[in-house]
Design a binder for this molecule. Structure first.
Ligand code: SF4
Length: 346
C-alpha cells in the first residue's frame, strides 16, 4: 500500500465507523448522535451518502413511522420587521423588495380552507414582527374564531416572534396548539446573524411555550456562513431543546439582504445535513421547509423524503413561491407515504 492510500484508509476509518455506531445507538436504541458524531457524519465522503440516507430513513421509519405531516402557512403580517436577521427579506432594515402588508380576516379564512383541502392538518399563522402587539394578537384571535366558525377544524399553529408569559397564556386560551420560533442557527453563530436580539431570548420564549403545554416547533436555516462544527453544534442544541418539530430551511439568498451573494448549499451537502439532523433527532418531526427547491431540485425532494424527512410545507412559503401543492401530494403517493390524518394528532 502506498503512503497516500494508507493515509486515506486511516483517515476514513473513524468516518466509516460512525454509521455503524449510529445503527446501534440511534436505530436500535433511539439515542441521538452527539455533537462529535454529527460532525463525523457531516464529514463522510460523498460515496457514503446513499448509505447515510438509507440509515436516516430507517431511523425515521422506526421511531416516527411512515406518516408525513403536511402543513400550510400564511403570512398575516408581511415585511417591515424592526429586527435585523441578516437572511430575512422581511426586515425593514434592508433594501429588499418586500413591502409591509396585512392580510384581512376573510383572506385568512380562505387560506385555511385551501390548506385543509390539500389534506394538511396544520395551518400556521405567521407574522414578521419582533413580538406580537395588542393589534396583532387581536387579529389572530379574530382570525382563529372566524376559521372555526367556517367549520374548519384544522389545527392552528402560530409564529409571531418572541412572547411574554402573558402572551403565551393568551395563545393557549385561543386554542393555538403549536408555536414556531426558530433558533435559526448555532448559539455560537447567532451573533453573526442577528444583532437586535439574542439566541437566549429566543430560547426563553420556547421554554415558556413548552411549559404552557403548546407543542414546540423550532429549527433554522443552514447555509448562513456557519462552519461544519457549528452545524453539529446546532443539531445538538436542537436535540437538547427536544422540540416536537424541527423545520429545516436552506438559505435562499434574498436580494437586498446582507446574505444576498451567499451561495446556496450544494444538493448533496443539504441531503447530508438532513440525514445528520435525523440521526441527532430520531423522534422529532423533521420538516422540509424553505429552500429545498433551490438546493435540492425535484429529485432531491424525494431523496430527502427517503433520507429522514417526515413533514413538509405545501404551497407557498412566506416570500418565495414553493412548488404547487399537488406535486408534493403526488410525490407522497409515489413514495407510498400516507399523509398524517387530523385525528392522529388531536
Ligand atoms: S424577527 Fe423574523 S421577520 Fe423579523 S427580521 Fe428576524 S426573521 Fe425576519
Amino acid at each position: 500500500m502506498t503512503a497516500a492510500a494508507d493515509e486515506r484508509t486511516h483517515d476514513s476509518a473513524p468516518a466509516d465507523d460512525v454509521l455503524a455506531v449510529a445503527r446501534e445507538q440511534v436505530l436500535e436504541r433511539g439515542v441521538g448522535l452527539t455533537e462529535e458524531q454529527v460532525l463525523a457524519v457531516l464529514r463522510l465522503a460523498d460515496d457514503r451518502l446513499d448509505d447515510l440516507l438509507a440509515l436516516a430513513h430507517e431511523v425515521r421509519m422506526r421511531w416516527c413511522g411512515p406518516e408525513v405531516e403536511v402543513e400550510g402557512i400564511i403570512s398575516l403580517k408581511t415585511g417591515g420587521c424592526p429586527e435585523d436577521c441578516h437572511f430575512c427579506s422581511q426586515s425593514g432594515r434592508f433594501p429588499t423588495p418586500v413591502r409591509s402588508a396585512w392580510l384581512d380576516i376573510p383572506g385568512l379564512v380562505e387560506a385555511a380552507r385551501q390548506t385543509a383541502l390539500t389534506g394538511a392538518t396544520e395551518f400556521c399563522i405567521v407574522a414578521a414582527v419582533r413580538g406580537p402587539d395588542a393589534r396583532l394578537l387581536s387579529q389572530v384571535r379574530e382570525g382563529i374564531k372566524a376559521i372555526r366558525e367556517s367549520g374548519n377544524d384544522i389545527q392552528i399553529a402560530c409564529s409571531l416572534g418572541m412572547l411574554t408569559q402573558e402572551q403565551v397564556d393568551e395563545l393557549v386560551a385561543m386554542g393555538v396548539h403549536r408555536y414556531n420560533h426558530n433558533l435559526e442557527t448555532a448559539r455560537s453563530h447567532f451573533p453573526n446573524v442577528v444583532t437586535t436580539h439574542s439566541w437566549e431570548e429566543r430560547w426563553d420564549t420556547l421554554r415558556m411555550v413548552r411549559e404552557a403545554g403548546m407543542e414546540v416547533c423550532s429549527g433554522g436555516i443552514l447555509g448562513m456562513g456557519e462552519t461544519p462544527e457549528q452545524r453539529a453544534e446546532f443539531a445538538v442544541q436542537l436535540a437538547e431543546l427536544d422540540p416536537h418539530e424541527v423545520p429545516m430551511n436552506f438559505l435562499i439568498p434574498q436580494p437586498g439582504t446582507p446574505y444576498e451573494a451567499y451561495e446556496p448549499i450544494e444538493g448533496r451537502e443539504a441531503l447530508k445535513l438532513v440525514a445528520a439532523f435525523r440521526l441527532a433527532l430520531p423522534r422529532t418531526m423533521l420538516r422540509f421547509a424553505g429552500g429545498r427547491e433551490l438546493t435540492l431540485g425535484d429529485l432531491g425532494a424525494e431523496k430527502g423524503m427517503l433520507g429522514g424527512i417526515n413533514a413538509i410545507i405545501v404551497g407557498n412559503y412566506l416570500t418565495n413561491l414553493g412548488r404547487p401543492a399537488q406535486r408534493d401530494l403526488d410525490m407522497l403517493v409515489d413514495l407510498k407515504m400516507p399523509i398524517k390524518a387530523l385525528g392522529d394528532t388531536l
